[in-house]
Ligand binder design. Structure first.
Ligand code: HEM
Length: 372
């Protein structure tokens, strides 16, 4: 059965969807809402407390149309495949600078998987290089919010610090401080457009900074882990760099960053594949299971970088489909392509890898490798 009920302490029943077609149906169905203000009390309180812990206001992932459409419309042009392609040479330059001179044993997350997406996101948002170390600490503190046993004070610290940072930035920024022939950064463009409340603006900036780097770090690191542990696929990619876009897609499917979608709730009774989910139920799609649905993918546990027709759910589906998917794909292609071509003998330097305690993200604590 690919739709199952599960009892979650403090929340009641939640429905987990593990099939690919059922997951796609759930994510595209307007009768399932992300707006907790329309949810039953227990769910509303849960979402509200989570947001309060993170000092996060309302942002596009928490809105249904029409507010969602308005907020997404303000940023989507910055992340179109064409705009992202223009960033590829810069991503390559950053990657080359990070990899030049590396040798021996390194943590691939510190060396490349973290700094590449973080640098690109900071440049897009116009944030100073000197602040990146703080973003890493606050981001890690916030990510602990996904671990129910984590210290709430630490999570709150990360949220408060990041919020204060953007409040301060917005209060003091000079929106015209750019040569007139230069494209304003996204922060200035959003302020100039003036179509968001103050709270929406700060929440949007927090979301973009967090969503714009944390998941991509995991795509690069999980992807390299999958290739190093499948040497034939590694060798094939080295021989045929033209397979890179297809390979990255397969790495998202096979062991991508996101394990489970954000929860939705049903606004009315909803029938999916013969199962009726009652109104007011919480529903999550287990993306990692759907992406290995044997009825949809041949030999689903096998990493196959030549896999065609790879319609996975790793970037979600429907109106909330990841707005940064083109950027994440491009960064992963540059990072993984460069590592495979420059370090043909790269291999794991440890046998026991540690993973973060995070039910949503599949995230390595570190990825020690020997570059060879
Ligand atoms: C939404 C995955 C990179 C920004 C989503 C969703 C998924 C996802 C699954 C939908 C969540 C849901 O519906 O429950 C990923 C993965 C990434 C990645 C796997 C990297 C490999 C990025 C990047 C950005 C970004 C680089 C930078 C802009 C967003 C935003 C949303 C989103 C703003 C909300 C979209 C909306 O509500 O309309 N992402 N993402 N993501 N992602 Fe990504």
């Amino acid at each position: 059965m690919s739709i199952n009920e599960l009892e979650v302490p403090g929340l009641g029943t939640t429905w987990l969807v593990t099939g690919l077609e059922e997951g796609r149906a759930v994510l595209a169905d307007p009768r399932l809402s992300r707006d907790e203000r329309k949810a039953p009390d227990a769910l509303r309180a849960f979402a509200h407390n989570h947001r309060a812990d993170m000092s996060m206001g309302r942002h596009l992932l928490d809105e249904d149309p029409p507010d969602h459409t308005r907020l997404r419309g303000l940023i989507k042009k910055a992340f179109t495949p064409r705009r992202v392609e223009n960033l590829r040479p810069r991503a390559q330059e950053i990657t080359d600078a990070l990899l030049d001179g590396l040798s021996g044993e390194v943590d691939l997350i510190d060396a490349l998987a973290f700094p590449l997406p973080m640098t690109i996101m900071c440049e897009l948002l116009g944030l100073p290089e000197a602040d990146r170390a703080d973003f890493r600490i606050w981001g890690a503190e916030l990510a602990m919010g996904m671990d129910p046993t984590a210290d709430r004070a630490t999570v709150e610290h990360g949220g408060k610090a990041l919020r204060a940072y953007f409040e301060n930035l917005v209060a003091h920024i000079d929106v015209d401080d750019r040569p007139s022939d230069e494209q304003p950064d996204l922060t200035r463009a959003l302020i100039r457009a003036g179509r968001m409340s103050h709270d929406e603006l700060v929440s949007m900036l927090m979301l973009l900074l967090l969503a714009g780097h944390s998941t991509t770090v995991n795509l690069i690191s999980n992807g390299m882990l999958a290739l190093m542990t499948n040497p034939a696929q590694f060798a094939l990619l080295r021989e045929r760099p033209d397979l890179l876009p297809q390979a990255v897609e397969e790495l998202v499917r096979h062991d991508g960053p996101l394990q489970v979608s954000l929860p939705r709730h049903t606004l009315e009774d909803v029938e999916i594949s013969g199962v009726t989910i009652p109104a007011g139920s919480m529903v999550s799609v287990v993306v990692s299971a759907a992406n290995r649905d044997a009825s949809r993918f041949d030999d689903p546990d096998r990493l196959d970088i030549t896999r065609a027709d790879n319609q996975h759910l790793g970037f979600g589906h429907g109106v909330h489909f990841c707005v940064g998917a083109a950027l994440a794909r491009m960064e992963a292609q540059v990072a993984i392509g460069s590592l495979v071509s420059r370090f043909p003998n790269i291999r794991l330097a440890v046998t026991d890898l540690r993973w973060e305690v995070n039910p949503m993200l599949r995230a390595l604590v570190s990825l020690p490798v020997r570059l060879g």
